[in-house]
Design a protein around this ligand. Structure first.
Ligand code: KE4
Length: 430
């Protein structure tokens, strides 16, 4: 397997694009290799510019839940494109996709489309601040909500972390209003949300965390969040950019039976084209311009191609048994990987829910940022490179999730299990 064309492209890319990539994780820095440049994809497979084929478990970080280049999505985009690609005016498809979102997501009565998950979460926080007249945002260590300033705070050290900028360029007076607390810690949660001195506008959470690897909340933790935020009129924002239309048509809020005040969506609802969205009750959403005073706008929001792709995608997900079959396939996959780890006697903890999973190279349970950080990232890097050499494309970071799609077949999962066992043995033989 040669990757010489990718290497040449990477050299060229780095001359004109920072790091040679348009999003940092794609540079594969944490797994010790250079990125592959992808030429095309189909179903569960992606093909790099050297013609190598891989089984894809990144799925574009979530959107490709029905596999790459699904004919229904491609057809919808092609048919729409011939009529023009953007008008900067309302179009019928925006209403159709909005109605599909409203019909599927329990807490959403009205929804505004934007162009990325970051735009969705940034706008939801501004709306929560405008609606409550308060300033502070509570988030959780290890949760990622995109790169808006308010979210880029240093992760906590197991206690309440008052906004320490997590990146140069983020002013202290911006993140002074952001508090980061540990995931799944009900005691610190209660201490924070009942502290009357804190002027909290909203709490934002990934209702299944996907950005410290897959970390699943205790139901009691989510229930406590809901009751404590309701008590103080704090806007509860579920960041469902990953879980929305992933765990089911109703996302994590339906899966756990918890109704947030605002929901952020992305990834799947664009069918691979740039779409984000935020939605909630009409009462809150009507505070958004032009009806309300809270400003938010976007040249390409509701772009007709993106709406067409999103509509085609959600129609695929509405087919009977789509999620039953997908989640069953994923559960079997997780069981095969756990069995492989125990046969090899390697310390791997596999967290999975629905068609999301992460194998942490650690011996202890992973239920928050601190425990996720016990994972051996060097070992993960070795595993990543082993699997890539065998034509299996995993997330280039221990702290991301693997996605299963409806396009993954039994052969794909059998190869995944076989090569996982081979890689584990290779790692242990060192
Ligand atoms: P975007 O701005 O990247 O569309 O969405 C930001 C975002 C918001 N909320 C959650 C829960 C997210 O996972 C994301 C983005 N996810 C990452 C991967 N975990 C995108 C990959 C990347 O940054 O390149």
């Amino acid at each position: 397997m040669t990757t010489s064309k990718s290497k040449k492209m990477f050299d060229r890319a780095r001359k004109v694009i920072p790091g040679g990539v348009n999003s940092p994780v794609r540079a594969c820095r944490s797994v010790g290799c250079d990125p592959l440049f992808i030429e095309r994809a189909q179903g569960s497979a992606i093909f790099d510019v050297d013609g190598n084929e891989y089984i894809d478990f990144v799925c574009s970080w979530g959107p490709m839940i029905a596999g790459h280049a699904h004919p229904a999505v491609i057809d919808a985009v092609q048919k729409t494109a011939v009529g023009g690609t953007s008008f900067g005016a309302p179009t019928p498809s925006e209403i159709t996709l909005a109605e599909m979102v409203v019909d599927s997501v329990p807490s959403i009565e009205k929804v505004r489309f934007v162009n990325s998950g970051t735009e969705a979460t940034m706008s939801a926080v501004r709306l929560a601040r405008g609606y409550t007249g308060r300033s502070m945002v509570v988030k959780f260590d290890g949760c990622y909500h995109g790169h808006a300033d308010s979210f880029l705070v240093k992760a906590g050290s197991g206690v309440i972390t008052l906004g320490i900028p997590g990146s140069p360029g983020v002013p202290e007076d911006i993140v002074r209003n952001t508090i980061s607390i540990p995931y799944n810690d009900s005691a610190i949660l209660e201490k924070t949300l009942t502290d009357e001195s804190l002027d909290i506008a909203c709490l934002i959470i990934e209702p299944v965390a996907g950005n410290m690897g897959c970390v699943i909340p205790d139901l009691s933790f989510l229930q406590k969040i809901r009751s404590l935020t309701a008590k103080r009129g704090i806007v509860l924002i579920f960041d469902e950019v990953i879980t929305g239309f992933r765990l089911g048509l109703g996302g994590a809020q339906d899966y756990f039976g918890i109704k947030p005040d605002l929901t952020c969506l992305g990834k799947i609802i664009g069918g691979g084209l740039p779409v984000g969205a935020y939605g909630g009750s009409a009462e809150i959403m009507d505070q958004i311009a032009p009806d309300g005073p809270v400003y938010q706008a976007g040249t390409l929001s509701g772009n007709p191609l993106a709406m067409a792709a999103g509509i085609a995608m959600l129609k695929l997900l509405q087919q009977p048994r789509f999620y039953d079959d997908l989640n069953q396939k994923a559960a079997e996959c997780a069981d095969r990987l756990r069995a492989a780890a125990s046969r090899c006697g390697i310390d791997v903890v596999l967290n999975s829910v629905g068609s999301l999973m992460t194998g942490f190279f650690t011996s202890q349970p992973v239920n928050d940022f601190e425990s996720a950080m016990t994972a051996d990232t060097k070992r993960y890097g070795e595993h990543y490179r082993n699997m890539l050499s065998q034509g299996i494309y995993l997330a280039p970071s221990q702290f991301e999730v693997a996605f299963i799609s409806s396009a993954h077949g039994v052969n794909d999962l059998e190869k995944l299990e076989k090569m996982t066992e081979w890689s584990f043995k290779k790692i242990l033989d060192k």
